[in-house]
Design a protein around this ligand. Structure first.
Ligand code: MRU
Length: 362
């Protein structure tokens, strides 16, 4: 396990509210999501390696937020080093390896490479300020995209269900904490709630990191949205009991035929939803599409240490000789997806490579 930076500041230093990360005085602060909901503490990042460590250790997580943090890592790199192409390329390689499934990081880093190529001749201080501004822009852009996505999803669901109040199930945390604000799947739930269209939110606990039980529940409490945390294995039975109208998740990488990777357990939700005739929807910005892969078969699934599964709260829960398999993600085929909600438009069933390509060509 890599080193976690030790400098921690408390919420009193934070302008306003619980942001998952922010820039202040040329330092990047990362909310330590491993401590939520009990403690709100920020990790002060002074170098790209500090940020990379927070990604590897899951202090900061969620595909769009990881992408935004990548832009901050690049800015800090240019604050501390002479802009030189080969070391910049090494940095990008190191950053992209921190979490291999979420494609937002790769996509944002490609944007930084383009920016670098266009401005390579500038003096060091100007390069830093260019990338610092770009990083702030990436954070703002993500918030705006999420708000649009939330509104698009809410309008779509309002019409799909003729304005009925909805019982929604969500998995993992695809909220403000997984993004730069508002969230993707939780953005849709927020926008539905603003229209008084939420009856209840079922929150999958999401083993083993408990992003649902800790983070999504934290967001639901802060928005006053009625919700109940369930074990992941409860979902199918609630579908059978007609207690779920729709399932909404985020995504970490979408292939060009609409197959999507998301937190492990999403595939079984989609299969169960299909069996029960319940729409399975996923919300993501266009940045989450991987334009280089034709289908989900090419998505690299992150495998994490089995310690994260076999040890709970510092205590080993399986025999010491047992091995565990901890896959971070699974892939839902497009055939099981009722709609992909983006900031641009909602792609409805049947999703094909032509309709996905249309998102980029229109
Ligand atoms: O392992 P995590 O916590 O980074 O996984 C997060 C998810 O699976 C989210 O659903 C996904 O990143 C979309 S977030 C808006």
């Amino acid at each position: 396990m890599k080193r976690v930076p030790e400098q921690i500041v408390s919420l009193k230093d934070v302008p306003g509210k619980t942001l998952p990360s922010f820039w202040k005085d040329d330092k990047y602060y990362v909310l330590d999501q491993l401590l939520l909901p009990e403690n709100i503490k920020y990790i002060e990042c002074l170098t790209p390696e500090d940020i990379a460590d927070t990604i590897i250790n899951m202090n900061l997580r969620g595909a769009p937020l990881i992408g935004a943090a990548g832009s901050a890592a690049v800015a800090l790199f240019f604050k501390n080093s002479v802009p030189e192409e080969s070391s910049f390329k090494d940095l990008l390689k190191m950053l992209v390896s921190t979490r291999p499934t979420a494609v937002n990081l790769q996509n944002v880093l490609e944007e930084t490479m383009t920016l670098f190529n266009k401005n390579a001749g500038l003096p060091s201080e100007e390069i830093y300020s260019l990338f610092r501004n770009f990083s702030e822009f990436v954070h703002e852009r993500d918030k705006e995209r999420n708000f649009k996505m939330g509104e698009n999803g809410a309008v779509f669901l309002q019409s799909l269900f003729n304005g009925k109040k909805l019982k929604i199930l969500t998995h993992c945390n695809a909220g403000a904490l997984a993004t730069c604000g508002y969230g993707t799947a939780l953005g849709v739930i927020r926008s539905l709630n603003r229209r008084n269209l939420i009856e209840h939110v079922w929150v999958d606990e999401t083993r083993p990191y408990l992003q649902g039980a800790r983070l999504t529940a934290f967001e639901m409490v802060s928005e006053n949205i009625p919700h109940t945390v369930i074990t992941d294995s409860t979902a199918a039975w609630l579908m059978h009991e007609k207690k779920i109208d729709a399932v909404i998740t985020g995504a970490d990488r979408v292939a060009m035929n609409g197959d999507l990777a998301n937190k492990i357990g999403t595939y079984s939700l989609a299969v169960n939803a299909h069996h029960h005739g319940i729409p399975f929807l996923a919300a993501m910005p266009l940045e989450t599409f991987d334009r280089n892969i034709p289908d989900g078969g090419s998505i690299v699934i992150e495998e994490r240490s089995d310690e994260e599964l076999l040890v709970f709260n510092g205590k080993r829960i399986s025999p010491v000789t047992s091995k565990g398999l901890h896959l971070g993600f699974d892939v839902v085929p497009a055939s099981l997806v009722a709609a992909l909600i983006t900031e641009k438009k909602v792609l409805k069933k049947s999703i094909t490579k032509e309709t996905v390509a249309g998102l980029f060509n229109e």
